[in-house]
Write a protein that binds this ligand. Structure first.
Ligand code: UT7
Length: 319
């Protein structure tokens, strides 16, 4: 038994924040942001929109694309680091908004920017083991709520959005393999220390990042995850048709594309339009490429991401 993506969907809030808008908020410039990150604009959730609302819109589109009845969904996993509330989970809130009464499990996965990779890998295990037949897997974020809008090192990077896929049991191979990693030794390199329930709860509830160190770490672990994924499957670089990477920085994306020997036309890039939407970035990029008709059935896709924790991982699949 395999698991296979049968539909994708995504949603971006209406409000667009351009680099020129940011020039009036912090000391920065459009040219600096484009040259260092590749980002031109990002979307920002409205005051009355929460992560579960973005997830709902993306999920509806994925359900429609898959042509399923929502009541078939027997597993919901949401990758998010910006949940609506401490509890219930965003996945339970989403299940309720979708009106699903199947009683199947619904839970959030917290792996920051690797959240969708972790969620998809988990759903794949549920389906392969026969526990679930039809999963809704979502990456959804309202990063704008945890950004320090006075810190030019970080506020230029992030955006809001959601992406979703329907993953169904199939006799045809879809997901080929998944690879997950974490190293909590790097916990301070990218963190929101305050706002939780721990002893640091009264600390800063906004993103703090050592950008240079994150950059070097990301390039290095993405390099090794590409090697690991190919060798686990006895595959060569030439076997990969598409790279669908986490969208953090165009320079990191280009480094991974180069490692794979892929021309940039075979690398899905949305960071210019979406910024870094954390767990939402990969399913947003996937849905964008699918709806543009770029990815064709039978092609081989490599998804990869790295995020706070630190966490990183990949999913290799046949479309
Ligand atoms: O999903 C994982 C999450 N995060 C990431 O993947 C981020 C990874 N890191 C990066 O993408 C890059 O490190 C950044 C885009 C954050 C920064 O680019 P960089 O090339 O590493 O620049 P830098 O931090 O070395 O800063 C260079 C200069 C500094 O000035 P000085 O010290 O050389 O005078 C910064 O103060 O650029 C300055 N700077 C800015 N200037 C204009 C930093 N942010 C800005 C800004 N506008 N927004």
């Amino acid at each position: 038994m395999f698991s296979r993506i049968t539909g994708t969907g995504s949603y971006l809030p209406a409000k667009i924040l351009t680099n020129h808008d940011l020039e009036s908020m912090v000391e920065t410039s459009h040219d600096w942001i484009v040259s260092r990150t590749g980002i031109h604009q990002r979307h920002i959730a409205a005051d009355d929109e929460s992560t579960s609302d973005l997830a709902l819109q993306a999920s509806r589109r994925a359900i429609e694309a898959a042509g399923i009845d929502p009541q078939q969904i027997d597993l919901i996993i949401v990758g998010t680091t910006t949940p609506d509330m401490v509890f219930p989970s965003t996945a339970c809130l989403l299940q309720n908004k979708l009106g699903i009464h199947s009683g199947g499990p619904a839970f959030d996965v917290q792996a920051v920017c690797s959240g969708f990779i972790y969620a998809l890998s988990t759903a794949d295990q549920f389906i392969r083991s026969g526990q679930s037949k039809c999963a809704l897997v979502v990456g959804a974020e309202t990063m704008s709520r945890i950004v320090d809008w006075t810190d030019r090192n970080t506020c230029i990077l992030f955006g809001d959005g959601a992406g979703a896929v329907i993953l169904q049991a199939s006799e045809t191979q879809g997901i080929i393999s998944t690879h997950l990693h974490a190293d909590g030794g790097y916990k301070d390199m990218l963190t929101v220390a305050g706002g939780g329930c721990g002893v640091s709860r009264s600390g800063d509830p906004r993103i703090q990042m050592d950008g240079g160190s994150v950059f070097k770490f990301a390039v290095s672990v993405l390099d090794s995850i590409v090697e690991e994924t190919l060798s686990a499957n006895g595959m060569q670089k030439a076997d990969i048709d598409w790279l669908v990477p986490h969208q953090a920085n165009i320079r990191i994306i280009q480094a991974t594309g180069k490692k794979l020997g892929l021309p940039m036309e075979r690398v899905v890039v949305t960071v210019d339009r979406h910024g870094n939407t954390s767990a939402a970035s990969i399913p947003l990029a996937l849905d964008t490429a699918v709806r543009e008709g770029r990815i064709q059935r039978g092609e081989t896709l490599l998804m990869e991401g790295v995020g706070g924790g630190f966490t990183w991982g990949s999913v290799l699949l046949r479309w």
